[in-house]
Ligand binder design. Structure first.
Ligand SMILES: [Zn+2]
Length: 459
């Protein structure tokens, strides 16, 4: 009986997934498209991409590519294809309004928001319900649920002084070891160190993770970037504007208050920051760019309001009205300073990736914030081609998956985003996702968004 029930449930889940599929043929030709390949090449026009059995079979000039018999042919004049985004700071939780120090799991809406926005691979950067995150990953892998391919980061490895009761405080390095051992055993493939961790705890976590071939990232505060790099951390989240090592009077293992003035005082071209950049590059520490979450009041979009539950919408708009002009200025400065650092880091040979971080004051939403990051990176001086590479191939490289995903190349998985317009000319076109291919299956972003209308803030 239970077997029959399980089979029936699997069938129902499969049918539910089916209603979001726009293109399901085994062989598909995307004809007359512009391509931004994710690997940094100049955009090319009038290409044809052939997808077969979930992989990219051919990419070439439309005039030269023979479309296989029986292929579903999509004429896409006026559209651009980019690789599926590799979101490196994703979460399946969102701040609970009206107070922002509690977070609720968004297992239902967020995977769909990510996929609808073009994110086909999502590395979480910490979870409030790591067990739920792991189950969502499993159900997506099994085809029961819809969402990006997921890689789960367990965390938070946090110490006493945390700002939210969602996080359990460690007491010593032994707790860090036990935490990593447990979640590694349960399927987590990376770990997130947080603001009040000590150097000894961070070292214990890194050593335990590395012994299993797994990685550690961090949003640090008590530990400076250079200290963390020397301890062997693999990745730092958010970048310079959370690096406390330049805050006057910083004590070891203590998280100081970092004020807007401290951020203002950071000199990217100065000897101190340049030394940090050199050490991060030497130690192969990647940085995850998250400018969208630093924006206190980004342009208000209808699609964002539509995604929110009615009470969340009211709370969000009231809170947004109360943001002071000085807070808005500080937020703009933070974005500017951070991207200035990121450009210097990339110039020095550093690996820069990007992710949504749907936290903060609720303005950064799963998926939408991944797109917003790309727009902010371009506003900050990266080219569209560079910004798209940061959001695609660079993350794939960090994950060791660059042979499978991250760029548009024959043989790679057909994780592709069909965009109406041309992001190389107008970066906001990145929001116009029309089909999102994951493993060769083309999902309908509009239907995915419709299915989560009014959900954010609830589930
Ligand atoms: Zn985060």
């Amino acid at each position: 009986m239970t077997k029959v029930l399980a089979a029936l449930l699997a069938l129902t889940a499969g049918l539910q997934a089916q209603q979001f599929v726009k293109v399901s043929a085994k062989t598909v030709a995307l004809v007359h498209v512009k391509v931004i390949d994710g690997a940094g090449a100049a955009p090319r026009t009038d290409l044809t991409i052939v997808i077969r059995d979930g992989l990219i079979a051919t990419v070439g000039d439309a005039g030269n590519v023979t479309i296989p018999d029986g292929a579903e042919r999509l004429d896409l004049v006026g559209h651009t294809v980019i690789p599926g985004l590799v979101g490196m700071h994703e979460h399946l939780f969102y701040p609970a309004f009206p107070r922002h120090n509690l977070y609720t799991e968004h297992a239902f809406s967020f995977p769909r928001l990510y996929l609808a926005s073009g994110v086909t691979t999502a590395r979480t950067a910490g979870g409030m319900e790591v067990q739920t995150d792991l189950m969502i990953k499993k159900w997506i892998d099994e085809g029961k649920w819809i969402g990006p391919s997921m890689l789960i980061t367990a965390g938070y490895l946090e110490g006493p002084g945390t700002f939210t009761p969602n996080l359990l405080e460690m007491r010593n390095p032994g707790d860090a070891t036990a935490f990593v051992e447990f979640w590694a055993r349960m399927g987590a493939t990376s770990f997130k160190a947080y603001m009040h961790i000590t150097r000894a705890e961070l070292k214990a976590a890194i050593d335990t993770a590395h012994a299993r071939g797994l990685k550690v990232t961090g949003h640090l505060c008590s530990v400076g970037f250079r200290e963390a790099a020397a301890l062997g951390i693999d990745n730092l989240e958010h970048g310079l504007v959370v690096d406390t090592e330049f805050v006057p009077g910083k004590q070891p293992d203590q998280c100081p208050d970092m004020t807007a003035a401290d951020i203002e005082a950071l000199d990217v071209q100065g000897a101190g920051v340049q030394q940090t950049i050199r050490e991060l590059v030497q130690h192969h520490v990647a940085v995850t760019s998250t400018p969208a979450v630093f924006e206190s009041a980004p342009p208000l979009q209808q699609r964002f309001l539509d995604a929110l539950s009615p009470p969340t919408r009211v709370e969000y708009l009231l809170a947004r009205d109360r943001i002071s002009e000085s807070a808005k200025r500080a937020s703009a400065n933070r974005v500017k300073k951070e991207i200035e650092f990121e450009r210097a880091f990339v110039k020095a040979g550093g690996l820069l990736m990007a992710g949504a971080d749907p936290t903060g004051n609720g303005s950064a939403l799963a998926g939408f914030a991944d797109q917003r990051n790309i727009e902010l990176l371009v506003a900050g001086g990266f080219t569209a081609v560079e910004a798209i590479q940061i959001a695609t191939l660079n993350g794939a490289k960090f994950l060791g998956m660059e042979k499978q995903i991250g760029s548009i190349e024959a043989g790679k998985r057909a994780d592709l985003v069909v965009i109406e317009g041309n992001p190389a000319a107008k970066i906001a076109d990145i929001e116009n996702t029309r089909i999102v291919f994951k493993g060769g299956v083309g999902y309908d972003p509009a239907k995915l968004l419709e299915s989560i209308r009014g959900s954010v803030g609830v589930q």
